[in-house]
Design a protein around this ligand. Structure first.
Ligand SMILES: Cc1cc2nc3c(=O)[nH]c(=O)nc-3n(C[C@H](O)[C@H](O)[C@H](O)COP(=O)(O)OP(=O)(O)OC[C@H]3O[C@@H](n4cnc5c(N)ncnc54)[C@H](O)[C@@H]3O)c2cc1C
Length: 501
């Protein structure tokens, strides 16, 4: 049995000797005990627990075609549209257990991306990478490795290409190639769950040109590698975690992101999956971003369920749950949530087969993420309205615990008698952390690419000429329309074209 338990995962990430991990300027020894990172470690652990919990193990496990046994779904290569739908359903489900981003999807999507990209490269004569990658994948599945996915470079001046930048390594760059491996420098930004991972998969972040071939590099290394430095990012209200409370101080789960610095890091050649092959970097980015955009239909819908549930309960505690405008607003939040989810499921069930793997439907995946750039802030507006101003002004748990104040707080913070003031504070903090936090408000906009990136894909994939010819024919103007079998006026994605050529 290669499936790990959550406890085995905790054991695996508790000892690091080479990588340096910093939280608010201080180096961290054991991420499983650090108060800042612990909520994040526990959220990551939920991806292991999901493969064992009775209610989720059917979704949390998948059959590996490489090992011929069950593996954790987060290490699986999709073999059918149903596999892709199972991913979206699993993400929604785990969100219910943690109310946060559980941070294992980027690595999951990076595995599937490299599987397809290296097989396309093999078809075009670059044969080594695919075999190497499948060996790596087998290792990941056997050990049930916790992966982070690092695509987004520091990027410096956004309008300049990597080789034009004032700092030549704001995009991760190959410094030296030896027969044993490569040396890389640079930084990847905003990397989810990285301090709670065991290995990092690094991918190029944009389509490269010939001049940028030193930046066209993909590889995987253990996090605990000489020269790797992680600077964990700050978040709203993060200092509360150091207070040791169990209401305000994030007693449950959360996610973290980090700046990952590679200071002339050695990568052995058997872990290099792209080296100077700039022609394939655009395809890789297209494949990854579509996979990642599809997933948001699951995890953000799941987080929205927690947010809707919190607001609904606060309405009940305040005695307004039957008011028609409250019911109407909650119904609107449900509509927004189910629309994101439906798009993620459509992106899965209308999937595209590339080689022997299944890629998501690129149009629907981009639609999913574009909805996610808009709807979470709408949902937060609704739930902020329902929760009342206390969402931003509630007393702290330390006021509740102060004997001089407790009686007052218990009286004045209570709503309906079925719930205590402490219940109201707890639910208010949950709603604050989920609806106003990084995962719902900021990751929804930028994760897997800012909104403009999806709109570029819409205009590439939608066949305006076909739509125009269809319209011209109906208007009685001379038209060259040649009706095709597929119902949608879509062009093929670059990935499909490259895979077929
Ligand atoms: C919570 C969170 C988690 C994340 N997790 C990961 C992760 O695990 N792994 C990973 O690889 N990445 C991750 N990301 C990074 C994410 O993919 C990027 O934030 C996203 O691609 C946007 O890049 P950026 O942050 O550099 O913003 P920018 O690219 O600087 O975008 C800012 C604005 O500038 C615009 N812009 C950018 N370039 C141009 C240009 N050339 N011309 C015109 N306009 C431009 C954008 O459209 C946007 O409006 C995460 C991000 C967040 C917020």
């Amino acid at each position: 049995m290669v499936l790990r338990t959550g406890e085995q995962y905790l054991e695996a990430i508790s000892h690091r000797s080479k990588a340096e991990i910093f939280v608010m300027g201080k180096e961290v020894d054991d991420v499983t005990k650090n108060p800042f990172l612990k909520p994040s470690v526990m959220a990551f652990k939920a991806t292991y627990d999901a493969a064992w919990d009775e209610d989720s193990k059917d979704l949390g496990r998948a059959w590996s075609q490489f090992l011929n046994e069950e593996v954790n779904r987060f290490t699986h290569i999709h073999r059918s549209p149903e596999d892709l739908a199972a991913k979206v359903k699993l993400l929604r489900k785990i969100s219910h257990k943690v109310g946060a981003c559980f941070q294992r999807c980027v690595g999951f999507d990076a595995l599937n991306t490299l599987y397809i990209t290296t097989s396309i490269m093999a078809e075009k004569g670059r044969k080594d990478y695919h075999q190497r990658f499948v060996e790596y994948l087998t290792h990941v599945q056997k050990e049930d490795i916790a992966l982070a996915g690092a695509m987004t470079d520091a990027k410096g001046v956004r309008t300049l290409k990597p080789h034009e930048q004032p700092h030549p390594d704001v995009y991760v760059k190959v410094n030296q190639v030896t027969k044993d491996g490569i040396y890389v420098s640079g930084a990847k930004a905003n990397i989810t769950g990285v301090a709670a991972s065991e290995e990092i998969i690094v991918l190029p972040t944009r389509a490269m040109t010939k001049e940028d071939k030193d930046y066209a590099v993909a590889f995987a290394i253990p996090l605990d590698t000489e020269g790797v430095k992680i600077v964990v990012g700050r978040q709203l209200n993060d200092a509360r975690r150091f207070e040791g409370g169990d209401i305000d101080g994030l007693p449950y789960f959360y996610n973290h992101e980090g700046l990952v610095i590679f200071d002339n890091v050695f990568v052995p050649m058997d872990r290099v999956f792209m080296l100077g092959d700039w022609e394939f970097s655009g395809t890789l980015v297209e494949i990854f971003s579509a996979y990642h955009r599809q997933g948001y239909g699951g995890c953000k819908a799941g987080l929205a369920d927690v947010i809707i549930g919190s607001a609904s309960n606060l309405a009940r505690q305040n005695g307004v749950e039957k008011a028609s405008h409250i019911q109407d607003k909650l119904t609107e939040a449900v509509f927004l949530t189910e629309t994101m989810y439906a798009a993620g499921i459509a992106a899965s069930l209308n999937a595209v087969k590339v080689g022997d793997a299944w890629w998501v439907n690129p149009m629907h995946a981009n639609v999913t993420k574009h909805l996610v750039t808009r709807f979470p802030s709408e949902i937060t507006k609704i739930t902020t309205d329902i929760a009342g101003g206390m969402l931003g002004t509630a007393p702290s748990e330390w006021d509740l615990k102060n004997p001089k104040l407790r009686g007052y707080i218990e009286k004045y913070m209570q709503g309906m008698m079925d719930y205590s003031a402490e219940d109201r504070l707890r639910m208010t903090r949950l709603l604050e952390n989920t609806s106003l936090g990084v995962a719902f408000m900021i990751e929804s906009v930028h994760g897997a690419g800012s909104p403009a990136a999806q709109r570029i894909m819409f205009s590439r994939l939608y066949d305006f000429n076909y739509a125009e010819e269809v319209a011209k024919r109906l208007a009685g103007i001379k038209s060259d329309v040649k009706f095709v079998k597929k119902p949608e006026p879509w062009r093929e994605s670059d990935t499909e074209k490259v895979a077929k050529s």
